[in-house]
Design a protein around this ligand. Structure first.
Ligand SMILES: Nc1ncnc2c1ncn2[C@@H]1O[C@H](COP(=O)(O)OP(=O)(O)OP(=O)(O)O)[C@@H](O)[C@H]1O
Length: 253
């Protein structure tokens, strides 16, 4: 049994009279790759933002390494769907930003940034500005930027949601390679059932009204996972059924 890295204990979140999440209990082991899957509005981003420390739970608590999360911290790197890069800084300078805030020297910043840009396949593109990078490349920079702080937890909110299908599959493979190399604890929000099965060793299916954990599935499939394998398809069918039931609860068909 791996030690628990992130412990979510009886967590609820209300926004005014909207109960976004109710009584969420989850223990995520160290080095695990968890996907939060579920229909729009079930509270995936809210849960991720609470782990990140951007939002506070209305009830319950979230612990990382046994310590309650009360604010954002460098131990938790975050990657959003909308790249969130500084357009006026080169790829290199975007990635240098975290190490700079940590007080690293210019040469250290550069060495760290070069290393992580190479990890995400962007060696040779360091001096390009975000405006001259494709969506996939921008997201690679965003991942490198998160990795440059050497967080032990990587929180990703639909990071590949804005990419075309082909680029998305390539980045999913890259993400697994990075995770296998680095073994961070990853929490990854997605709408895509196939993305969740491809990536995760734990899939948390969330339900709606109020947002909650509906089922936790640990795909026992070896990597690399093939989307055309019978086991992959069987799990896809099961998850589709679960998610569809939640969508139908919302009256959105
Ligand atoms: N800052 C906020 N203020 C008020 N309500 C909010 C806020 N953030 C989220 N909510 C509400 O909380 C609920 C959960 O939203 P959340 O964005 O976490 O869901 P989600 O599963 O991530 O959805 P999506 O897949 O569409 O991104 C929704 O009803 C949403 O309207």
């Amino acid at each position: 049994m791996r030690p628990t890295k992130i412990s979510i204990r009886g967590v609820g979140k209300v926004f005014g009279d909207n109960v976004a999440l109710e009584k969420v209990d989850l223990d995520l082991p160290e080095n695990s790759f968890t996907c939060l899957l579920g229909p729009s509005g079930c509270g995936k981003s809210t849960l991720l933002n609470m782990i990140a420390g951007f939002l506070k739970p209305s009830s319950g608590q979230i612990l990382v390494d046994g310590k309650e999360v009360t604010a954002p911290g460098a131990d938790r790197g975050v990657v959003f769907q909308e790249y969130a890069l500084f357009p006026w800084r080169t790829a290199l300078d975007n990635v240098c930003f975290g190490p700079m805030l940590k007080g690293k020297s210019k040469s250290e910043q550069r060495a760290i940034a070069m290393k992580h840009l190479a990890t995400v396949g962007l060696a040779g593109h360091e001096q390009k500005y975000p405006g001259n990078l494709s969506g996939g490349m921008k997201q690679r920079v965003a991942i490198a930027r998160a990795l440059a702080n050497d967080p032990s937890v990587l929180l990703m909110d639909e990071p590949f949601g804005a990419l075309d299908a082909q680029t998305r599959e390539v980045l999913q493979e890259e993400m697994l390679r990075i995770w296998e190399q680095d073994r961070k604890t990853v929490v990854f929000v997605t709408h895509s059932i196939s993305e969740a099965i491809f990536l995760a060793d734990r899939i948390v299916v969330m339900g709606t009204r109020p947002g909650c954990v509906k089922e936790v599935v640990d795909p026992q499939l070896s990597h690399p996972r093939e989307r055309t394998d019978a086991d992959f398809i069987a799990l896809e069918r099961h998850l589709k059924h679960l998610v569809r039931a939640e969508v139908q609860k919302l009256g959105v068909h």
